[in-house]
Design a protein. Structure first.
Length: 260
């Protein structure tokens, strides 16, 4: 594999994004809406736009030959290295003042997610994955991330952002899964995904993700010991209905219920 950028560079990009997002959090912002199929309201703010511009500029200055895919400005460039950016994953909680949003910065190499970082600047937290593992840092204290093993579905905590976008067979599958776990929680956005990597959540399912929603999170979860796939069992880099699980055994059991 070609040499990957360093974890230090990931943090430099996160610093760039934080300088755009944090001053705008819990401030008066103009809120626009974009078209998104199945959504009556898909908000975007100056924080989303300016953070993506700033991170793109920093990447291009260091790696001008890398492609970049961002939620707000689409795809530029081509080649084996592609950065995948969501400047504010969780714009809805961002505009509500709830600190469960994050900036997602991921890198794919030949289509496979290899590096990822989630920055939550209000709480001062970073979650990331490099070639050596998955990590968490706050206030200068760093620790390795590791998923937990609760054994069976009956002991598991399940998370999804909202139940309103489940329909048809997927809704039936989600209802079966939710009825088989210990507890189901809602509204955590990308924060719930990193809590899975941190051993606090056991299953996280989302019915309709874009690449920029999931690429940065894949290596964090996988290198913490978890599993991330589409509901059909394929790789999750291209998005779609996605399930993340703390262990392979939970993942297999959950997929069976979702697809039954």
């Amino acid at each position: 594999m070609p040499q990957l950028p360093s974890a230090d560079f990931l943090h430099r990009l996160a610093d760039v994004a934080d300088r755009e997002t944090l001053p705008r959090f819990r401030s008066e912002l103009a809120i626009d809406t974009k078209f998104k199929e199945g959504y009556a309201f898909d908000p975007v703010t100056e924080a989303d736009r300016q953070a993506e511009i700033a991170v793109r500029t920093a990447i291009t200055a260091e790696y001008p030959d890398h492609a970049i895919l961002g939620e707000e400005t689409g795809l530029t460039g081509d080649g084996p290295f592609r950065w995948v950016l969501d400047p504010v994953d969780g714009t809805r909680p961002f505009i509500c003042g709830l600190p469960v949003w994050g900036t997602l910065i991921g890198l794919t190499v030949n289509g496979r997610a290899e590096l990822g970082l989630m920055s939550q600047p209000f709480t001062g937290e970073r979650f990331w994955a490099d070639a050596d593992g998955a990590w968490y840092e706050r206030q200068g204290k760093r620790q390795r991330l590791s998923t937990r093993d609760v054994g069976t579905l009956s002991n598991a905590i399940l998370h999804t952002t909202s139940p309103e976008h489940y329909h048809g067979d997927l809704k039936s599958g989600f209802d079966r899964l939710a009825g088989s776990v210990r507890m189901t929680r809602y509204g955590g956005e990308c924060y719930a995904m990193v809590m899975l990597a941190a051993g606090r959540v056991d299953l996280a399912i989302e019915p309709s993700l874009q690449p920029y929603d999931i690429v940065a999170l894949i290596p964090i979860i996988e290198r913490a010991g978890g599993v991330v796939t589409r509901i059909d069992g394929g790789r999750a880099e291209e998005g779609g209905p996605v399930l993340a699980s703390a262990t392979p055994e939970l993942h297999t059991a959950a997929l069976q219920l979702l697809k039954n």
